[in-house]
Ligand binder design. Structure first.
Ligand SMILES: [Zn+2]
Ligand SMILES: [Zn+2]
Length: 132
C-alpha cells in the first residue's frame, strides 16, 4: 500500500473531512487499490497515524462513517465497535459478485457489476434474435 495519494473530501462545520468518492451502504468511503476495495478512513489512518494492530478496528469519534479526518479516527477493540464486522466487508453486487476495480464501473455514483451487465446484454441480444 502506498500512501502518497490524498483523498478528495469536503470539510464540514464539524471539522469532518467528508469523503467525496464512492460510499458503501453503511456510508463508509471506499477506495480501490490494486483491484481491492479499502475503507477510505482506514487508508487515512494508515497514512497519517501508522499501522493498525491485528484485532483492532478504527472508530470514528465524530460518528460520521464517511469522515476521513485522521484526527477523528481512534483505534479500538472489536468489542468497542459494533461495526467491526463491516470493517472487513467486501462489496458485492445484487448477483453476488465481488465488486472489484476490474469487474465494476461507476455510473451515477453507483458501482455497476460488469458480469451482471454482460448477462443482461446477452439476454437482450438473444431476445432480439428470437424476434427477427
Ligand atoms: Zn469527523
Ligand atoms: Zn454481478
Amino acid at each position: 500500500m502506498e500512501y502518497e495519494k490524498e483523498l478528495e473530501h469536503v470539510v464540514n462545520e464539524q471539522g469532518c473531512w467528508i469523503f467525496a468518492g464512492y460510499k458503501d451502504k453503511s456510508g463508509y468511503g471506499i477506495i480501490t487499490y490494486r483491484k481491492k476495495n479499502y475503507r477510505a478512513h482506514r487508508y487515512m489512518f494508515l497514512k497519517h497515524k501508522g499501522p493498525i494492530a491485528e484485532g483492532l478496528v478504527i472508530r470514528h469519534t465524530c460518528n460520521t462513517p464517511s469522515c476521513i479526518n485522521p484526527n477523528h479516527l481512534l483505534l479500538g477493540t472489536q468489542a468497542q465497535n459494533m461495526q467491526d464486522k463491516v470493517e472487513s466487508k467486501i462489496l458485492f453486487c445484487a448477483g453476488g459478485h465481488e465488486l472489484t476495480y476490474n469487474n465494476s464501473y461507476k455510473w451515477n455514483n453507483r458501482l455497476i457489476c460488469k458480469i451482471c451487465k454482460a448477462k443482461i446484454s446477452a439476454q437482450t441480444a438473444a431476445k432480439e434474435k428470437e424476434i427477427t
